[in-house]
Design a protein around this ligand. Structure first.
Ligand code: SF4
Length: 327
């Protein structure tokens, strides 16, 4: 079966932006492919972070993934640092990675410009990403637009390694372009992100959801209830597409264009559907939170499965690269 790999940073609980942008799709993929979903804590340390908070943020992300619908019976969910071959393959791949390609990566340029002293981890970030995927010989990677360049580099690394050590050993991973939504923050300006404080958490109470949705940005052309709007440019409409059934999405589009209702009515309808969709997830998360040992056990079991696959690859990689066997 075709293997899929994807990772998410341990940023604590999911918000509706990363749910609609990635995880909702992962839940679908787990029944179509052999999937590995990884909480990428090794990637997280390339930016300033709080070491004391990292374990809880990692657990909270795992709880979010399970509660959102990733089922350990149907996919492998694990923490990156629990499977040591990720770091080993990362190092081995640096030997075939062209420095110039790393320096050309847009994300590297963006991140390094904002820092006085640039850590090598930021530059080498895509090499670790390549190791994550190639370790499992995954051939499909669900990616957002901002990751396409990294995926091209990943293929280049696989090609260079294969050319030197074994044609066809690593499959060249292809992007899995499925329909996901780019959700803006409630301010309607930037991408939804915790650091910008413009998010709705996946497990927020119905009251908190409404409190946040009520003042959220809409199409600025709708100054009064009588002004028609353009749903395609309104973030509330994007959210309807993520949470409301198709007939409601259709109703929203018509009523927006014809000024058939006010934005507050539109948002109330959205809140109702969002609350109904998120309710079972909030309940599952509460159950999981009450049993942190159980969550750790699930993660251990996931890491065991991932490690078994990873060890097979890394043993063959070592062999092909000419390392003397230690046993
Ligand atoms: S009616 Fe709905 S879709 Fe249209 S601008 Fe208002 S909130 Fe946005």
């Amino acid at each position: 079966m075709t293997r899929v790999f994807s990772g998410i940073q341990p940023s604590g609980e999911l918000h509706i932006g990363n749910y609609l942008g990635a995880v909702q799709n992962w839940v679908r993929l787990q029944s179509q492919y052999e999937c590995l979903f990884c909480v990428v804590d090794l990637h997280a340390i390339t930016q300033p972070y709080d070491a004391a908070a990292l374990p809880q943020l990692t657990i909270d992300m795992a709880i979010s993934l399970y509660a959102a619908g990733l089922d350990p019976e149907r996919c492998i969910v694990f923490v990156q640092s629990h499977v040591a071959p990720h770091t080993e393959l990362n190092w081995l791949l640096t030997s075939v990675t062209p420095l110039g390609e790393l320096e050309r990566q847009t994300q590297y340029k963006d991140k390094s410009q904002r820092q006085e002293s640039v850590a090598m981890g930021i530059l080498a970030y895509p090499v670790l990403q390549a190791a994550d995927v190639l370790l499992y010989k995954a051939s499909l990677v669900p990616v957002g637009e901002d990751q396409v360049q990294h995926l091209e580099l990943m293929r280049e690394i696989a090609r260079r390694w294969n050319a030197r050590y074994g044609e066809g050993f690593f499959p060249e991973p292809q992007p899995l372009l499925t329909k996901t939504r780019r959700v803006l923050g409630l301010d309607g300006k930037a991408k939804m992100s915790k650091s910008l404080g413009n998010t709705i958490g996946l497990f927020e109470s119905p009251e908190a959801i409404w409190e946040k949705l009520r003042p959220a940005a809409t199409d600025p052309a709708r100054v009064t209830k009588k002004d028609p709007g353009t749903p395609e440019i309104c973030n509330i409409f994007t959210l309807h597409q993520g949470f409301s059934p198709p007939e409601v999405v259709e109703e929203v589009a018509v009523k927006c264009r014809t000024a058939g209702w006010g934005c507050i009515d539109c948002k109330r309808k959205l809140a109702d559907h969002m609350i109904a969709t998120l309710k079972p997830m909030r309940e599952r998360a509460a159950e999981l939170r009450s049993d942190p040992q159980g969550v750790k056990q699930k993660l251990r079991a996931g890491a065991d499965k991932a490690r078994a696959l990873a060890q097979r690859t890394i043993a063959e990689v070592r062999d092909r690269m000419g390392f003397l066997k230690g046993d």
